[in-house]
Design a protein around this ligand. Structure first.
Ligand code: NDP
Ligand code: MG
Length: 385
């Protein structure tokens, strides 16, 4: 029996993880499930899986959670600190699928507790990559990437010969506006932006895919996960999302991982690692797909990708500022307070107005994140929709 915890159990990745676990309940013991405020979904999952603990980050939801779990044997807890405590229970396997920097402290707690941490929460690695990787190393924790591109690279990478790797090529679907002109991008609504052509995901990452900031965050994520320099990381637009990423070797060989665009494949890889497990994911029918298309990314229509590349090259506090400003801008866009094209502009302006020293601890990263948010919120106020 593998003892598992899911941080962000009510989200898109969290639900896919539960789906896999519930197909083979004899193989898993669910210890803790966490959410922000979705009491109904959290309680239902906790009851189905007989979880020991269910935690809501929002303390205002504790009473409702207690009521739903009364007499079930699952303990109800609340608060951001309780989420971190749940991450510290010392399980074999933790899914880190909270969205945004809200996941930073819980991911750190899980890394310090040891075992396997399956990481979907890319923002944690973007903001605090150095600190996170050092914590994983210090505590002997295995970090397995769940983000489909990084999971693909993990599967294709020959860790016994890192010098043989010449390039990591991340594929990008290009999102819903791959063919949209800048002129037409002005009027993009939140509803259009969250409608991803290939993947079904939470709202924040869907908007990130639409601006291509997602691919930028993934470049930074890849830099921390794999033993390559920033200039060895490339992006190629591949609209079908069949090839999930590639590793190029010095001899000219390119290894790729393919599959249907279903997050349950990379999640299952992490869940069964180092073995494999069955999934209900649709098998690839290459004859039906017939062709795979590729094109270079357009850094002019998708300036967020360039901002992320620059932040990666500059290093230090830049990725944390980029990420914090992006989270503020995306939330403002989803709330109808700023236009789609303002998202990258808010990130660019926040980066140009704030340039602190490189953070060297989790608290220092959180301080940079907090200050960047204050400045991004100020910048949002200048926007008129
Ligand atoms: P969702 O928005 O669907 O889910 C987010 C989860 O985090 C929910 O369980 C939510 O709880 C919880 N949460 C939100 N805010 C807080 C908070 N302040 N404190 C504690 N918990 C919180 O996101 P996704 O599942 O789409 O994405 C999760 C992460 O995985 C992101 O970092 C994303 O970039 C990454 N990822 C996602 C992919 C996907 O296919 N969805 C693919 C690759 C990476 P509640 O439901 O109560 O709000
Ligand atoms: Mg991805």
């Amino acid at each position: 029996m593998k003892r598992v915890t899911i941080l962000g159990a009510t989200g898109s990745v969290g639900s896919s993880t539960l789906d896999l676990i519930e197909r083979t309940p004899e193989r898993f013991e669910v210890v803790a499930l966490t959410a922000n405020s979705d009491v109904d979904k959290l309680a239902a999952a906790a009851i189905r899986t007989k979880a020991k603990v269910a935690v809501v980050a929002d303390p205002a939801c504790l009473e409702a959670l207690r009521e739903r779990l009364a007499g079930t044997g699952t303990e109800a807890r609340a608060g951001a600190e309780a989420v971190c405590d749940a991450a510290r229970l010392g399980v074999d396997w933790t899914m880190a699928s909270i969205v945004g920097t809200a996941g930073l402290k819980p991911v750190m707690a899980a890394l310090e507790a040891g075992g396997i941490v399956a990481l979907a929460n890319k923002e944690a690695l973007v903001s605090a990559g150095e600190v996170m990787m050092a914590a994983a190393q210090a505590h002997g924790t295995t970090l397995l990437p769940v983000d489909s591109e990084h999971n693909a690279v993990f599967q294709c990478l020959d860790r016994t010969a890192p010098k043989g790797v010449s390039r990591i090529i991340l594929t990008a679907s290009g999102g819903p506006f791959r063919r949209t002109s800048i002129e037409d991008m002005r009027a993009i609504t939140p509803k259009q932006a969250v409608a991803h052509p290939n993947w079904s995901m939470g709202a924040k990452i869907s908007v990130d895919s639409a601006t291509m900031m997602n691919k930028g965050l993934e470049l930074i994520e890849a830099y921390h996960l794999f033993p390559v320099r920033a200039d060895q990381l490339d992006v190629i637009v591949h609209a079908q999302s069949v090839i999930h990423s590639m590793v190029e070797y010095v001899d000219g060989s390119v290894l790729a991982q393919l599959g249907s665009p279903d997050m349950r494949t990379p999640i299952a890889f992490a869940l069964a690692w180092p073995e494999r497990m069955e999934t209900p994911c649709e098998r690839l029918d290459l004859a039906k797909i017939a062709r795979l298309d590729f094109e270079a990314p357009d850094y002019t229509r998708f300036p967020a990708l360039q901002l992320a590349r620059d932040a990666l090259t500059a290093g230090g506090a830049r990725p944390a500022i980029l990420n914090a400003a992006n989270e503020v801008a995306v939330a403002a866009f989803l709330a109808g307070r700023v236009a789609f094209l303002e998202i990258a502009a808010i990130v660019a302006d926040t980066l140009s107005r704030y340039d602190p020293a490189a953070p060297d601890s989790l608290d220092a990263v959180l301080a940079v994140d907090a200050e960047a948010r204050v400045r991004a919120v100020e910048r949002v106020k200048d926007c008129v929709v």
